[in-house]
Design a protein around this ligand. Sequence first.
Ligand code: HEM
Length: 123
Amino acid sequence: MRTDIRNKEDIKILVDAFYNKIKTDGSIGYLFTDVAIVNWEKHLPIMYDFWDNILFHTGNFDGNPMMKHRLLNEKSTLTETHFLHWTKLWKKTVDDLFEGEKANEVKIRAKNISKAMMNKVIT
Ligand code: HEM
């Protein structure tokens, strides 16, 4: 039975599962593996903190996502299709693993941030 997202351990499970999919994803995987050449040992803990802060208000994320994605867009053009695919993959990963209030929240927040990012980064 699926539980809700209860703590940082659950966030790690979610984020790890998501980026495992991303790495081999046919539509946007190359942006991570070939364009940005992501250092996963650094990136994953940043993403744990990012979502931990969003769901549990821990205050321990101090990155600059808009800037990172603007730089990425300068290297290789990001499109609405990329962002929609990202959100679809996020939703599927959440639904496969969790259900509940926080699980719903993490999907809604991702969708809203994705929209805001699209507006700031690709227009
Ligand atoms: C087309 C969709 C997207 C692509 C291709 C993408 C790709 C990337 C890449 C390559 C990085 C940089 C990793 C590095 O530091 O080397 C990054 C960082 C990040 N992304 Fe995305 N991303 C996308 C959408 C999103 C969305 C929708 C969110 C939030 C809901 C998000 C949240 C973040 C955060 C928080 C960081 C870390 C920023 C920091 O280190 O300051 N991304 N992304």
